[in-house]
Each structure stands twice: as structure tokens, then as C-alpha cells.
Design a protein around this ligand. Structure first.
Ligand SMILES: Cc1ncc(COP(=O)(O)O)c(C=O)c1O
Length: 286
């Protein structure tokens, strides 16, 4: 296979194609000990950059990683990658690893990459409603569920189920029947105007878009709270939607074979999201 001819920033240097490599001594490469953030870049500006950096740095601290490269360094790295790749609307990924052991003080390993946005949008994001299936594997997030680690196999297997079913996303359900989240997204359901989403205490990822969506609900006077949802709840909901930093707010059009017609809350939140993107671009220093 020909390696992608892309330019990445790796541990302080721009590297292209086959030159973009990580040391086999890095514990990220060896044992999958890494954390990452995926974010959307609109018109050259990474959206909610500070929130993503906060989640990354907090997880690194909780999991006992060495000190990651500073957000200022990573931001400059992203700007370099965007320029090298000629991208303005993109999906950026920032990864930090536990680095190479020994030689204190150590730093995490780090790399930054970017890809064109359009290639990464779900069919359902483009069409305005997603097709969602329920993963056949029961899922237990465990204590790492709240961290965006590079150990992604369980999530990727669910995404693969979605791909095979020609769906956009797969819902993860716990052995006791609790709907947790999507393989790469958080889930919300609307009942008589009230918005419910699984609690962080269930081990779901504290999604950046989830937090923003709850804030936009509050600002719009839409009642919203955490609640342990079952699949039966979702099937009875007026509206279901997913949130993800790249896809933003996506109404669920079908859940397995069930059509879900409601769009109004997701529509309002998507409008709030787009307005925030425009504000952010007009006044970056805010
Ligand atoms: C398991 C999981 N849940 C939720 C999300 C959504 O998080 P965010 O809004 O920060 O993109 C993701 C993102 O990739 C994810 O992997």
C-alpha cells in the first residue's frame, strides 16, 4: 500500500509521507498509550480549540502522562500543517502519547495532522439526517470511557458494523440495557420538548459538542438534563440526535428500521452551532 502523501507535524518537525513516523520506543506506538482530539477547522480556525486542549491536558494529568506540548505549540503546529496541506476547512487531529520512557524530565510524544473536511462528513450529516444502527456487541466503557484514548478497537468494531450496514453511526448499549453513546458521538433524545442525554457517570466520553449543546439548550430556554436512556426510550422519542465535533449536531432519521421524524430541537441547536462558528471567525480574540 502506498502511504498517504500528507504532511504531519511530529514532535516538533513537519514530516511528509513515509518520513512521517513515530519511534517504536514511543509507548504510544508500543502499547497504544495515547490521547487524542479530533476537531473541526472552519475557514482556518479550529473550533472550540481551548475546550479540546483542556480535555486533552486533563486526561493526560489524570492518566499520569508526562507534560504534553503546550496548547500554544500544538496550535502553531496545526497552523503549519494546514498551510503545508493548503487546507482551510478541515478535520484536525492532535495526538499525544506517553512518549519514550526514561531520561527525566520527559515529554509526551505528539503529532498533529489535518484532512479535508468534506471527506470526513457522514452521508447523513450532508443529507440532514443520519442512519443509526445499534451495535450487536454490548459495551462497557469502564474507567477509561471518559478519556479520548487511542485504544479505539472497541469503538472501531462498532463503526465497522455501521459501515457494513451502510449506516452513519452505531449506538453502544451496556449489558444492562443503557444506551451510552455512539462509536464517535454522544446521543440525545427529545421527549415533549425536554432534551435528555446519558450521564457522564455512565462512562461516556465528555463530548465537547455534548457540552456545547447543553449550553445552547440553556441559552435557548430548552430544558435539558442527564438521564439513563434505554433503546425503548429512544424508540419512543419525538426526536433523537447525535453530537460530534466534526459532524456537529445531526438528527437521527432512522434508528435501525424505525423512522424518527422530529428535527426541531436538533435544527435549533445546529443553527446555534453555526452562529457560534461565525462569531468565532469574526472575533477570534473573544
Ligand atoms: C466515543 C465517543 N463519544 C463521543 C464523541 C463526541 O465527542 P466530541 O463532541 O468531543 O467530538 C466521540 C468523538 O470522537 C467519541 O469518540
Amino acid at each position: 500500500m502506498i502511504p498517504p502523501d500528507r504532511t504531519l507535524w511530529i514532535n516538533g518537525h513537519l514530516r511528509r509521507g513515509v518520513e512521517a513516523t513515530l519511534s517504536l520506543f514511543d509507548r504510544g506506538a508500543r502499547d497504544g498509550e495515547g490521547l487524542f482530539e479530533t476537531l473541526r477547522v472552519n475557514g482556518g480556525r479550529p473550533f472550540a480549540w481551548e475546550r479540546h486542549m483542556e480535555r486533552l491536558v486533563l486526561s493526560a494529568a489524570v492518566l499520569g502522562f508526562p507534560v504534553p506540548a503546550s496548547p500554544v505549540t500544538l496550535r502553531a503546529a496545526l497552523d503549519q500543517v494546514l498551510e503545508a496541506e493548503g487546507l482551510t476547512d478541515a478535520v484536525a487531529r492532535v495526538t499525544v502519547t506517553r512518549g519514550i520512557p526514561g531520561g527525566r524530565p520527559t515529554r509526551t510524544g505528539a503529532w498533529v495532522e489535518a484532512e479535508p473536511l468534506t471527506a470526513r462528513l457522514w452521508r447523513g450529516t450532508r443529507a440532514g439526517a443520519a442512519a443509526v444502527i445499534v451495535s450487536k456487541r454490548l459495551f462497557e466503557p469502564g474507567p477509561l470511557g471518559g478519556h479520548k484514548t487511542t485504544s479505539r478497537l472497541a469503538y472501531h468494531l462498532a463503526r465497522e458494523e455501521a459501515r457494513v450496514a451502510r449506516a452513519d453511526e452505531a449506538l453502544l448499549v451496556s449489558p444492562d440495557g443503557e444506551v451510552l453513546e455512539g462509536a464517535v458521538s454522544n446521543v440525545f433524545a427529545v421527549f415533549a420538548g425536554e432534551v435528555l442525554t446519558p450521564p457522564l457517570s455512565s462512562g461516556v466520553l465528555p463530548g465537547i459538542t455534548r457540552a456545547l449543546a447543553l449550553g445552547w439548550c440553556a441559552a435557548a430556554g430548552i430544558p435539558a438534563r442527564e438521564y439513563r436512556l434505554t433503546l425503548a426510550d429512544l424508540r419512543a422519542a419525538d426526536e433523537v440526535f447525535m453530537t460530534n465535533s466534526v459532524q456537529e449536531i445531526v438528527p437521527v432519521g432512522t434508528l435501525q428500521d424505525l423512522a424518527i421524524p422530529g428535527r426541531s430541537v436538533a435544527g435549533a441547536l445546529l443553527a446555534a452551532c453555526r452562529a457560534e462558528v461565525v462569531r468565532d471567525q469574526r472575533d477570534p480574540g473573544r
